[in-house]
Ligand binder design. Structure first.
Ligand code: PEP
Ligand code: MN
Length: 373
């Protein structure tokens, strides 16, 4: 038993002991340890143990109960303090998670200050860039070379695409994975690509360093649970109608399985009233920072919906404290097979990168983005 209760139940004033004991026995039968506290205006039960699973039974609506007050997080692995920072002292504050990826061909042995590793987390601003989808092999490799030349370290492209229309380009499939392998091996970039179902895990792991779970699959709890069993870093995108709490619970599915390498990605909410029909929820960045130790990446491409909005939103995301930016780039956006309307051409991307670097420099000295404020 942990020594702090998971929640307390405030009972009705003057509730007869028989009724109180019925509630108590019901909780104990579920495996909880229960402590009765008297003396206040209302009698109170403190509930210890695996209170998260008990919470699904909603004891707050049982007869005689007025209210439940939560004392632990519903997503303990994602939250500061429980999953992270246990035993932290004043001299050694809680540390945020930094996801480290061996640089393809880098050969580093340890993660600390090792150029053989790419870091995603507070302190770094990692740019993940590439076309929405792997297309023609030569064009994709040539784009990867261009991006590497601009200092990009992580290439992001889908081989299997979750498209709204069954008639739209569904991705290059297995042939696309061969192109991604070449991006890793020949260009030396780390690769992020989307996983649609767990049967793809083995082949995607051979072609990528990070697996993306797209906005549509954020609610695919079977997939999330299965990804909790693997040890590949996961870039989890927020569902476009998901609350911050639902987003963190989705991350919790992966973390609870033992996979500690989860990167959160804010990608905008679909709102008819928003300009271009999508609102990039930049207020979620400080909210997430307060709630979780996980790295936070922002995707101004899907959160912008149109290329002209992307540079401004990317700058705003850096100002709001993002640890990384995911940007769709295409050598010829007009001919892209997917999401060309929001892809930056290389010239605009290069200018945007310089603006992001200037933004970071201007922000230097502002409150540490990793702090649990
Ligand atoms: C994508 O990253 O190309 C994509 C489909 O994104 P999302 O899942 O955020 O819509
Ligand atoms: Mn896309």
């Amino acid at each position: 038993m942990s020594d702090a209760p998971g929640f307390i139940l405030i009972l009705e004033r003057g509730l007869p002991p028989t009724q109180r004991n019925r509630i108590r026995r019901r909780l104990e039968a579920l495996g909880a340890t229960v402590q009765f506290v008297s003396g206040g205006v209302h009698p109170v039960l403190e509930v210890f143990g695996d209170t998260i699973s008990i919470s699904t039974l909603k004891p707050e609506i049982w007869p005689g109960v007025v209210k439940r007050v939560e004392l632990t997080s519903p997503h303990p692995h994602a939250a500061w303090g429980l999953g992270r920072g246990e035993g932290a002292t004043a001299d050694s504050p809680m540390l945020p998670t930094v996801v480290t990826i061996p640089r393809p061909g880098g050969g580093g042995e340890s993660a600390s200050d090792d150029p053989g590793f790419i870091e995603i987390g507070p302190g770094a601003l990692t740019v993940l860039a590439g076309p929405c989808a792997v297309e023609d092999p030569e064009a994709t490799l040539s784009l990867a070379h261009e991006l590497a030349g601009l200092g990009v370290e992580v290439f992001r492209a889908g081989a299997f695409k979750p498209r709204t229309s069954p008639y739209a380009f569904q991705g290059a499939g297995d042939a696309g994975l061969e192109v991604l392998k070449a991006v890793r091996e020949e260009v030396g970039l780390a690769v992020v690509t989307e996983i649609l179902e767990i049967g793809q895990l083995d082949k995607l792991s051979e072609a990528a360093d990070i697996l993306q779970v797209g906005a549509r699959n954020m609610h695919n709890f079977t997939l999330l649970k299965e990804l909790g069993q693997c040890r590949m870093p996961i870039l989890l995108k927020r569902g476009f109608a998901a609350t911050v709490s639902e987003f963190l619970l989705a991350a919790e599915y992966i973390l609870a399985g033992g996979n500690e390498s989860v990167i959160l990605c804010e990608r905008g909410l679909r709102l008819a009233a928003g300009s271009e029909g999508v609102v990039l929820d930049l207020g979620a960045i400080p909210e997430l920072r307060r709630a979780t130790h996980l790295p936070i990446v922002v995707d101004p491409s899907h959160g912008g919906g149109r290329a002209y909005r992307v540079p401004a939103l990317a700058r705003a995301a850096v100002a709001a404290g993002a640890d990384g930016i995911l940007i769709e780039v295409h050598a010829d956006p007009a001919s892209a097979l997917s999401d060309g309307q929001q892809a930056l051409d290389l010239t605009t991307f290069q200018v945007t990168l310089a603006e992001l670097a200037a933004m970071r420099q201007a922000l230097n000295g502002c409150s540490a983005p990793g702090a649990a404020v």
